[in-house]
Design a protein around this ligand. Structure first.
Ligand SMILES: CC(C)(COP(=O)(O)OP(=O)(O)OC[C@H]1O[C@@H](n2cnc3c(N)ncnc32)[C@H](O)[C@@H]1OP(=O)(O)O)[C@@H](O)C(=O)NCCC(=O)NCCS
Length: 182
């Protein structure tokens, strides 16, 4: 996949490389990520960066500085299931995550054979769940108390997805409303 402009706002997307790992590790360790995403050691990120099943992406601001990172997984899956393994922005609540995710879903459906774009999200993460639902991801179910988090407590994960025909229908709807006279 090549670098990609979302057209969805202030962020551009670029594939991350090994030189971007300091940003990834710093962002991953920020307090707002605690109990929301996992923290991986550098070695695990390095291994995934080199794995063709994974793709690391950065959201970039106008000045080219990274605003957030995301990890896609499943790029070699013969069934076309591409997962959002992780997404995090350094400064939440400024519209970055929404624009970034629009670009990531677009990338998956236009540049890979993805049929089902999916993720799991802790049920006690209302910001992420609202973001995903707002972009048309449907909740498939909840894996109840399936994870022991860093604080030692069990937590539940909701599985959400959007299928290629659903994404295409949303795209067609956006284009139709954009062409409609005021
Ligand atoms: C989840 C995350 C990537 C979203 O990115 P963001 O830049 O903060 O989100 P945005 O500002 O683009 O807002 C996107 C949507 O989130 C929801 N949202 C944002 N702030 C919210 C809040 N305080 N309360 C409830 N919903 C909120 C809204 O639905 C919003 O869409 P809208 O602006 O159309 O209403 C970011 O908050 C983050 O890094 N969180 C920590 C890591 C994490 O939870 N990752 C996801 C794990 S599954």
């Amino acid at each position: 996949m090549a670098s990609h402009a979302t057209g969805a706002g202030a962020v551009r997307l670029r594939r991350a490389e090994a030189g971007d790992l300091p940003f990834v590790l710093t962002t991953e360790g920020m307090p707002h990520n605690a109990l929301r995403i996992s923290r991986w050691p550098r070695e695990r990120h390095e291994a995934c960066l080199a794995d063709p099943d994974f793709a690391y992406w950065l959201a970039l601001g106008d000045d080219g500085a990274p605003l957030g990172y995301a990890i896609l997984k499943g790029l070699t899956d013969r069934n076309g299931n591409v997962a959002l393994q992780r997404i995090s922005v350094a400064a939440p609540g400024q519209g970055t995550g929404r624009a970034f995710l629009i670009g990531l879903v677009e990338l998956a459906f236009t540049q890979t054979a993805c049929h089902r774009f999916w993720l799991d999200v802790f049920t006690d993460n209302p910001v992420a769940r609202a973001l995903y639902a707002g972009l048309g991801l449907v909740e498939e179910g909840v894996m109840r108390e399936s994870v022991v988090r860093a604080d030692g407590r069990r937590a539940s994960l909701a599985v959400m997805s959007i299928l290629r025909p659903e994404w295409q229908a949303r795209q067609a709807g956006c284009q139709a409303s954009a062409g409609r006279p005021e």
